[in-house]
Design a protein around this ligand. Sequence first.
Ligand SMILES: Nc1nc2c(ncn2[C@@H]2O[C@H](COP(=O)(O)OP(=O)(O)OP(=O)(O)O)[C@@H](O)[C@H]2O)c(=O)[nH]1
Length: 323
Amino acid sequence: MTESAPVPHQLPARVLGLAQLGLIVIDADMHIVMWNQWMASRSGKSSHRVLGQDLFDLYGELRGQRLEQAVLSAMQSNLPQTLSPALNPSPFPLYPAGSWGGERVEQAVSVTPFNEGKERFCLIEVSDISAIVGRERQLRSQAEALRAQSYVDGLTGIANRRHFDVALDRELRRAQRNDGQLSLLLMDIDSFKAYNDHFGHQQGDACLTLVAEAFASMLQRPADLAARYGGEEFAAVLPDTSCEQAAQHAEAIRAKIASLNITHAPAATRPHVTMSIGVATFDKDQLNEGAAMLAAADSCLYAAKKAGRDCVIVYRHQQENAA
Ligand SMILES: Nc1nc2c(ncn2[C@@H]2O[C@H](COP(=O)(O)OP(=O)(O)OP(=O)(O)O)[C@@H](O)[C@H]2O)c(=O)[nH]1
């Protein structure tokens, strides 16, 4: 075996000075016995100023906080502890080296108890995770921006409102050009507030997903579009579909949702989850714009709610209404 070269006695101190994380050692009385250069340059407190001081006198704001609890618990149990960066993002008032101000460094802190002879100590390691947290935030906001630009509803996986608006506009222009037929459905789950109140928001989301899947499965033609219009409202664009055909389709969708037999809240109007649906059809004289068609479908949806829910109401044009 080759003999290793002797380690210079100043090597540990040199390494502590170079370490790219904060290293604090406290004794069983919470007095600081080691404070490395990384801590000094980010706290503005040199080691000779802090050595011998009680850590929680030096930083009174840490008293009673998670860090003190972690130190006490590590000392008692002899087990290492880590602080959740999400709950304790910046426990120590540390700032980027040389800046003395601005935003606190975001920290990951771990606490490791150890014995040296008969003495109990605790090593506190502090890492600067500001760059990682910043990157995570940036990625999250980019993901949100992408979602906003996307055409898919994040919860249910069917088309979102944006996709619906584009499809309605495109199909309206096609219907105008070709003097074609176009219908739209606007639908709303009945008494959904009661569902959420009774079963909780998470189960409410699961219910929305089930309803969306069943609804989307009812639209078979490639040009049909099933969308989540918002909250607990859904919508469909049905090209080449007359008023009567759309009414039939809406009735089939209503029956399909009822047949899912999803238990509803006791306060709801039905024992199982149901939908009310409003139907409007393109008409080149009266309903020839998206906003007008949507308003017509919405007024029918409102009428369906007033009529007791779990039903379909079709928009009739003025001359028919007057008749
Ligand atoms: N779980 C869940 N609930 C939602 C979502 N979006 C909207 N809601 C809830 O849907 C409920 C809609 O309630 P209201 O507009 O009062 O209508 P309703 O209780 O369905 O009553 P009617 O429409 O008159 O039958 C509200 O409680 C919303 O919080 C969602 O994404 N998830």
